[in-house]
Design a protein around this ligand. Structure first.
Ligand code: GLY
Length: 577
């Protein structure tokens, strides 16, 4: 049922049935201790495929598929490899989310960082109750307890086919023998170094990260080798845990007790039916899945208003901004870690609620920002970096994974004698409710700091299925721009019938309630000239941002996967027979 072709047809609101779990129903699943013996499965696709952030992780995935691995094995190998070759965002010192579709069933793994046990609500405020600038962004006190290693361990033990050591092997190779540094990586290093100067040991570790250099990381190779030999326990209670805790001692909050107590969590993904597809996406502590579902459904509700409106025209930009305004109002008020705060997921994605919000959209002029209150009863900045990869195997299993150390190179702290770049994810909490974080997004008490709590995220690893088969695997970095970017690409593909590479490359823009009536444009395809004038004439302020996102997507056409890496990044695709 393809109802939004060329944006001309309308969608029955009744057809958009939310199939979303309530927050309190998150599912904890005990992972299988031993792997089931490998069953010979018939291939359902002509090939496996990947869209990843760099060529080294693409090579790693290709190797894993050649060794008989499945999408989960490849995903775990990609994640560890990017921790070595894409150190600005790939990581084992951060956390993330993995949406999976395995043997016809959806899963979601939350390996987001948690606040340390010693964290307090006001830890980033001065005596006057004001936010201390930069404290949640740079240096030791910005670091949350990392989840990536436990996440990869959980996913691979539960669903992988290969031996754990096999999926670690490519990352160990690149750490031990080195990889050639790209110009983009050097540029990102140079930029980040300005923020970290004098605050961290960043320069001591990454001083030699120069274009063309073969960058070797023997300490990281040793860590990865121990993880390969001992599993996640090395990171959380073994020698690596001791080294991280020793690095933090006297500087930051994380202790060995924090690491010992860390656990990734299997949760129910947010799911919704939209336009004949099942959308499987990230639940809280991500705001992204709810935001994506709200965007898709609100736009479908407004199909009559979008009729004959050309893609990315001034009127299109206005209508999308109106929708985004309402989505971000809800995000700021209602979203946080579901283990600490009852997030009203079902209500926020309910068809009738979204239809009511859609009806508030002003079709001609921007609604007054102050009048757009959270619909069930405020907005937040975030770092735009992060990285995403998409994987599908020939058996039809898919992994959509977004993980992060928040800003490029995280906190700028490299744990001594480990090569582990530690995150600055604490900035994703609201340090002071009502005050914007680095993505300009404001938070409420739902996202205030508490020990062991996970900060609100925008990461939105997403899979669309049709008739029980994977149709699209998609995600991107971008902070609060993540789900608005994914929304635009999905919209380009399904509502505007664009070929996948064009849909990924097309211009993107962003609005998030605050600053008022501001449309952010991206450097890759700036809004300028006549288009800019017409958007400004509608009452909007245009603002350039320094980040364009980096979509990695795989679309299945019949039984053949097609992959697209965003031309904005140094991503690579492979279709592997
Ligand atoms: N740190 C970016 C995010 O979690 O969305």
């Amino acid at each position: 049922m393809r109802l939004l072709r060329n944006n001309k047809s309308s969608v029955s609101r009744l057809a958009l049935v939310a199939l979303v779990s309530v927050s309190s129903c998150f599912l904890e699943v005990t992972p299988a201790i031993a792997k089931a013996p490998a069953k010979a499965q018939p291939a359902v696709l002509t090939a496996s495929a990947i869209a990843v952030a760099d060529k080294y992780s693409a090579d790693a995935a290709e190797q894993i598929f050649k060794e008989g691995g499945n999408a989960v094995d490849a995903a775990v190998a990609i994640a560890f490899t990017l921790a070595v070759t894409y150190p600005e965002a790939g990581n084992i010192g951060g956390g993330g989310f993995m949406t999976l579709y395995v043997d016809g069933k959806p899963y979601f793994l939350d390996y987001r960082e948690r606040a340390p046990l010693a964290a307090t609500k006001n830890m980033y405020l001065d005596d006057k109750g004001e936010v201390i600038k930069g404290m949640s962004l740079f240096g030791y006190r910005a670091v949350g307890v990392p989840g990536t290693v436990d996440g990869m361990w959980e996913a691979q033990r539960r669903f992988g086919k290969l031996k754990w050591k096999q999926v670690l092997a490519p990352a160990i190779h690149y750490a031990r023998d080195g990889f050639e540094v790209s110009q983009q990586l050097q540029d990102r290093r140079d930029e980040a170094a300005k923020d970290f100067a004098g605050k961290t040991n960043f320069d001591a570790y990454f001083g030699n990260l120069k274009q063309g250099v073969n960058f070797k990381q023997p300490d990281l190779a040793a860590v990865l080798t121990r993880i390969s030999d001992q599993g996640a326990k090395d990171f959380y209670s073994g020698k690596t845990a001791d080294l991280i805790a020793a690095s933090m001692h006297g500087h930051g909050l994380i202790t060995k007790a924090d690491l010992v107590q860390y656990k990734a969590v299997w949760r129910q993904p947010v799911q919704a039916d939209w336009n004949g597809y099942r959308v499987i996406t990230a639940p809280p502590p991500s705001s992204g899945g709810i935001g994506l579902v709200q965007l898709l459904k609100m736009k479908a509700d407004l199909a009559p208003d979008f009729k004959d409106v050309p893609l990315n025209s001034p009127q299109y930009v206005h209508l999308i901004a109106e929708i985004e305004k309402r989505v971000f109002a809800d995000r700021a008020q209602y979203l946080g870690d579901p283990d600490f705060y009852k997030v009203p997921i079902a209500q926020l994605t309910d068809d009738a609620y979204i239809a009511k919000r859609a009806a508030e959209v002003n079709p001609t002029t921007p609604s007054d920002t102050k009048s757009v209150q959270p619909g069930l009863g405020t907005s937040m900045p975030e770092k735009a970096e992060t990285t995403h990869f998409s994987v599908i195997d020939k058996w039809g299993n898919a992994v959509s994974n977004t993980y992060t150390i928040n800003g490029y190179f995280g906190s700028g702290v490299v744990a001594d004698r480990t090569g582990i770049v530690l995150n600055d994810e604490m900035d994703d909490f609201s340090a002071k409710p009502g005050v914007a974080n680095m993505f300009g997004v404001v938070g409420s008490d739902a996202n205030s700091i508490e020990p062991k709590k996970r900060p609100l995220s925008s990461m939105t690893p997403t899979i669309l299925t049709k008739d029980g088969k994977v149709a699209l695997v998609i995600g991107t970095p971008g902070g609060s721009r993540i789900f608005t970017s994914i929304f635009q690409v999905i919209n380009n593909i399904y509502d505007y019938d664009m070929p996948l590479p064009d849909a990924v490359a097309a211009m993107r823009f962003h609005h998030q309630l605050l600053p008022p009536n501001t449309i952010f444009w991206e450097p890759y395809k700036p809004i300028d000239g006549e288009l800019a004038k017409q958007i400004e004439a509608k009452g909007y302020t245009l603002k350039g941002q320094d980040f364009s996102g980096d979509i990695q997507a795989i679309k299945v056409n019949g039984d053949t996967p097609e992959a697209a890496a965003d031309p904005r990044g140094r991503g690579v695709t492979r279709v592997i027979q």
